[in-house]
Design a binder for this molecule. Structure first.
Ligand code: ADP
Ligand code: ASP
Ligand code: MG
Length: 414
């Protein structure tokens, strides 16, 4: 079998952890598998590098950021290759460029266009363990790029797809994908399996256990993914195609996202073309708008429009909105940073009714006000005051019977 193993920041967070990774790789090799390793930067390293840059510039050039950030993964790749060699197995470290991970030129959030993988295939054929620096690629014109936060997951899935690997194992600091973040709700249960679509929703709604784009990629190319812990030998969670069993429960997980901001434009004239003008300006700055709510005011002449954007883009979005307020004939613009998005997800929602009502009722019971709502076929999301995030996650987790010993999908922890 060809097995791709990705180790996240905590899993390579110290020399001891890197040696433990090497042991696991050696064991997988001894079991007669070809192994390709992808590593993240050591834990905290990427944040530290961003901190250094921000001491020099608040808005550094993406090109310089990418060269800076890609260095973290290089360090762990080289150290991990040394640790594997120490155990008597042949290993070679590679950068994104050496692997031929070709991306577009959207610095700090580049998309993979293709992977040539020549050096990796050659190394595998000669019995080496290729150890690839995750999170990075290179443009056609040889500029270094990075793939967005959590991007080593994408490197792993994309390399697994390119090599037609039999399995892509994502090693992290929890035992798998849980009904909600186990670091917030200790009663959260590990799921034995989860569908690509549910995982996609959970990831894009804030569950950072897998990067959203890596799940999209896995779904598109049918890459079998397992999320498991690098700290033990528990079986983990399989991310796979949907099966009939999965529809039995309405909700399979709860996610939260504190990385959003809300912008409200008040007293906007209620006439055609206003929303188009506003959102064209925002989109023109490559800012992704998530939720939008428009209230019709009682006199029918003016409305309020609220929308959410990623926190990292909020100043830019505020500035653009302020600039066109007078052009729109609106009154005022307000920014709120202290919001959170709480979501419940499950493919069972397609066949079970009453999920939204139960969610709203549960939040109301705990006096948590809902500012915005959005739904899709398999999720319901609410924007609330961020100070209630943990409370909301816990009470929803409980209301939908997701806790340990309850009847929902999955088994107990471990
Ligand atoms: P790595 O450094 O290995 O890539 P991450 O920190 O990116 O790890 O992702 C793992 C973390 O994701 C966990 O420590 C956990 O706090 C968080 N998390 C959020 N939601 C979930 C969930 N539903 N299941 C498991 N972990 C989750
Ligand atoms: N080191 C990068 C980050 O912290 C990529 C990754 O860990 O996947 O976002
Ligand atoms: Mg991660």
């Amino acid at each position: 079998m060809i097995i791709v193993q990705k180790y996240g920041g905590t899993s390579v967070g110290s020399i001891e952890r890197i040696k433990a990774v090497a042991e696991r790789v050696a064991k997988t090799k001894k079991d007669k598998n070809d192994v390709v390793v992808i590593v993240s930067a050591m834990s905290g390293e990427t944040d530290k590098l961003i901190g250094l840059a921000n001491q020099i510039a608040l808005n550094p050039e993406g090109r310089e950021m990418d060269l800076l950030l890609s260095s973290g993964e290089r360090i762990s790749a080289a150290l991990t290759a040394m640790a594997i060699s120490n155990l008597g197995f042949k290993a070679l470290s590679f950068t994104g460029r050496q692997v031929g991970i070709i991306t577009d030129d959207a610095h700090t959030k580049a998309k993979i266009e293709k992977i040539t993988g020549k050096m990796v295939k050659k190394a595998l054929a000669k019995g080496f363990v290729p150890v690839i620096a995750g999170f990075q690629g290179v443009t056609e014109t040889s500029e270094v790029t990075t793939l967005g936060r959590g991007g080593s997951d994408l490197t792993a899935v994309a390399v697994a797809a390119a090599l037609k690997a039999d399995l892509c194992e994502i090693y992290t600091d929890v035992d798998g994908v849980y009904t909600t973040d186990p670091n917030i709700v200790p009663e959260a249960r590990k799921l034995d399996k989860i569908s690509y679509d549910e995982m996609l929703e959970l990831a894009s709604l804030g569950a950072k256990v897998l990067q959203t784009r890596s799940v999209e990629f896995a779904k598109k190319y049918d890459v079998p993914v397992v999320v498991r812990s690098s700290f033990n030998d528990h079986t983990g969670t399989l991310v796979v195609k949907e099966d009939r069993d999965m529809e039995k429960v309405a909700v399979s997980g709860v996610a939260y996202d504190k990385n959003q901001s809300k912008i409200t434009v008040t007293s906007v004239p209620d006439k055609p073309g206003v929303a188009a003008k506003l959102f064209q300006a925002i989109a023109g700055a490559h800012i992704v708008v998530d939720m939008i709510v428009q209230n019709i005011s009682s006199d029918g002449k003016e409305t309020d429009i609220s929308f959410t954007v990623p926190k990292s883009d909020n100043r830019k979005a505020l500035k653009i909105t302020e600039e066109i307020v007078s052009e729109l004939g609106a009154q005022d613009v307000k920014l709120r940073d202290d919001i959170a998005k709480i979501s419940v997800v499950g493919v069972g929602m397609r066949t079970h009714s009453g999920v939204a009502a139960k969610m709203f009722g549960t939040l109301a019971q705990h006096r948590i006000n809902i500012m915005m709502i959005s739904t899709s076929e398999i999720k319901v999301s609410c924007i609330i005051d961020s100070k209630y995030t943990e409370l909301a996650v816990r009470v929803l987790h409980d209301a939908f019977d997701l806790g340990e010993g309850k009847k929902g999908r999955g088994k107990s922890k471990g």
